[in-house]
Design a protein around this ligand. Structure first.
Ligand SMILES: C[S@@+](CC[C@H](N)C(=O)[O-])C[C@H]1O[C@@H](n2cnc3c(N)ncnc32)[C@H](O)[C@@H]1O
Length: 267
């Protein structure tokens, strides 16, 4: 039987053949000031030279190349070998050193405990059923004090209808749900052909804290445009922010023991 991982590996391999927007490598002009392109909020400070940096679920020749050009020692992990092939091609063309590892973000035994100073994790936790396993793995492979930057699909956005109605964008999916979201066609906040899971804020934020991180900052990257027309991604984004981006720091202690869910707590 195909697992969600197998399904999504095939889906992302296919997206490479189709030239999906997330499979496009960094542009020439991005290399003029690579760190400012990938770290617009400035969360990593002025220099990452010599830092051991993991681009997690980040194949496609964009993040790996730009962080390597900014001076970091880069490893990129992705489940799709087609995505990683782009990282290898770009690194070779630009004479950059990038280590590629084909693996799932929730199972990283090939990476050493405490190996990384920085983990960069673009939108992708939606592709695994259990996000807590991911945070545990990230916590294990990071050194104390290391910075974990991740972006996630907002659970509220995943609840809202893809197309608008007279009443805006209605909540059509329950917040408390299991299994993948219904398939979608023609949406820019979902990826067609993949299996995607809604992770509640409690799982994203609480799960990260319980795995041994403190959250230092949170932004909702702005995609809303006042002039956008109904049906556009930017119009839907006026009603519901599609993503959250988090800056978290690995604490010195190990995993923190707290209840796994407020569902367990009394009123
Ligand atoms: C939205 S793309 C992010 C990378 C992209 N280069 C970008 O522009 O941000 C999502 C990535 O997650 C990867 N992915 C999906 N499921 C994964 C898993 N279980 N483990 C690791 N990577 C996974 C996909 O292959 C894809 O490369």
């Amino acid at each position: 039987m195909s697992t969600p991982h197998d399904h999504n590996r095939r889906a992302w391999d296919a997206m490479v053949s189709k030239g999906n927007r997330f499979t496009l490598p960094a542009k020439d002009e991005d290399f003029a000031s690579p760190l400012s392109v990938v770290d617009q909020p400035g969360w990593l400070g002025p220099s990452i030279v010599g830092k051991k940096l993991l681009c997690l679920a980040a194949g496609g020749g964009r993040q790996s190349a730009l962080y390597a050009a900014a001076g970091a020692q880069v490893t990129v992990v992705d489940i799709s070998t087609a995505m990683l092939e782009i990282d290898r091609e770009v690194a070779s063309q630009r004479k950059l050193e990038v280590r590629t590892v084909a693996a799932s973000m929730d199972h990283l035994p090939m990476l050493a405990t405490g190996e990384f100073d920085i983990v960069i994790h673009p939108v992708s936790t939606c592709y695994v059923p259990d996000v807590v396993k991911v945070f545990r793995e990230v916590a294990r492979i990071m050194r104390a004090g290391g910075i974990y930057i991740s972006q996630h699909k907002s659970p509220v956005s995943l609840q809202c209808d893809v197309v608008g109605s007279q009443r805006g964008y209605e909540l059509t999916e329950p917040y408390y749900r299991s299994g993948p979201l219904p398939p979608v066609v023609g949406s820019r906040h979902r990826e067609e052909g993949t299996l995607e899971y809604l992770h509640r804020f409690e799982e994203l934020l609480g799960g990260m804290c319980r795995a041994g991180f403190v959250i230092e900052d949170l932004i909702e990257p702005l995609h809303a445009k006042p002039e956008a027309m109904p049906g556009d991604f930017e119009h839907r984004s006026r009603y519901v922010a599609p993503y959250i981006r988090l800056k978290a720091r690995r604490t010195g202690s190990g995993e923190i023991s707290r209840p796994q869910s407020t569902l367990l707590l009394p009123d």
